[in-house]
Design a protein around this ligand. Sequence first.
Ligand code: NAP
Length: 234
Amino acid sequence: MKTALITGASRGIGAETTRVLSREGWSVIINYKNSENDALGLARELNAVAVRADVSDPGQVRDMFEMAGPVDLLVNNAGIAHYGLFTETSEETWRRLFAVNVDGIYNCCRCALPHMIREKRGCIINISSIWGIKGASCEVAYSAAKAAVIGFTKALAKELGPSGVRVNCIAPGVVETDMLNCFTAEDKARLACETPLGRLGTAGDLAELIAFLASDKAQYITGQVITADGGFAL
Ligand code: NAP
């Protein structure tokens, strides 16, 4: 059985992705940072393992991979957002956004890749955002970090193609998870109205796409940024 490690899998897109991958026969490892009850509940539900690690901390990530052993699929999903004017974004917030959203991916890839390269197969899926492509007002740090994830994905895909490792990126639109808690119901209704498909995304929408990219059906796809946003960014 092939093994997948999903970061930020205690809630939202990560938790749903873990459920879908498990259903499709992957042995799944659930990474989390704070939401222990959610992570342990999901682990019980799926008969899987949950490992606490802050992805921004290289030492914690190394310990996590030592516990997990070799993985065939790494889903770099853990992420944090920040909403506020750029002129009021502190240096600390700026650095934290990059530490989790960008350094976290670097830390996890560094640990996952030696096995994948040795085996000449493997798959990495990074979760960016449509704001990493278009830029969002009042989300400059988040947009910049998510744009970095796209550059990272394309460059790594070129470097690792000859080693048989695929690296892709997903750019979700507005997805109904805890990440939207800073928005009111009216804000969300307006965003749904602005979306050609007439609704916000669900964690399940993204999970199915991630499972497809991880599967052999996507074996000729690498270095891509796939937008899943109901047409919002058109
Ligand atoms: P969410 O519901 O807020 O969940 C975030 C997950 O990330 C949680 O499981 C959280 O774990 C984990 N996490 C946060 N910081 C972490 C850290 N330092 N180390 C390890 N895990 C950490 O968010 P979501 O909407 O599912 O977002 C998942 C990904 O999709 C993120 O990369 C986000 O930027 C991206 N995205 C979301 C949307 C959207 O509209 N929701 C749109 C575009 C892109 P704990 O709770 O255990 O700390």
